[in-house]
Design a protein around this ligand. Structure first.
Ligand SMILES: [Zn+2]
Length: 145
């Protein structure tokens, strides 16, 4: 009976597979990438957005952080606009201020949505132009009609 040992298995220059024992990390020996650092241990690791190792947790954390950042930026913009409004109406009562804040919030949300829609439309046309000439002429026809 032959004792089966897990080997590195990388393709060597002579064409055979490597028979050295693998490191713990990625089932390759120390000559074939077993010593390479990956994920958070890698010196070029920045935010985990593109990491292959530990993808779910890192990416979820990154996305959560981004969402928070986006929200914070949004609220900052709203309050900046409200500040401009408040300078114009310093003697308004609290009820009016709340109403104005709500209006500014809604308007800002709407403007963001409109900007997003414009961006998506632009992207779509860019994709259409990148395609073959047939679809381009079709697009021109549809635009002119
Ligand atoms: Zn090897």
């Amino acid at each position: 009976m032959v004792l089966k040992v897990k080997t590195c298995g990388a393709k060597t220059r002579s064409g055979t597979s490597c028979k050295r024992l693998p490191c713990v990390a990625n089932a390759r020996c120390s000559l074939h990438g077993g010593k390479s650092l990956a994920g958070i241990a890698h010196p070029n690791y920045k935010h985990g957005r593109y990491t292959v190792t530990l993808p779910s947790l890192e990416r979820m954390l990154w996305l959560k952080e981004r969402r928070l950042r986006k929200e914070r930026r949004f609220m900052r913009a709203v309050f900046r606009k409200f500040g401009i409004w408040y300078e114009r109406h310093p003697r308004s009562n609290v009820k009016t201020q709340m109403l104005a804040l709500r209006c500014i919030h809604a308007a800002h949300l709407y403007s963001l949505a409109r900007r997003r829609a414009r961006y998506m439309a632009k992207k779509e046309t860019a994709q259409g132009l990148c395609q073959t000439g047939v679809s381009k002429s079709e697009k021109k026809q549809s635009q002119s009609s």
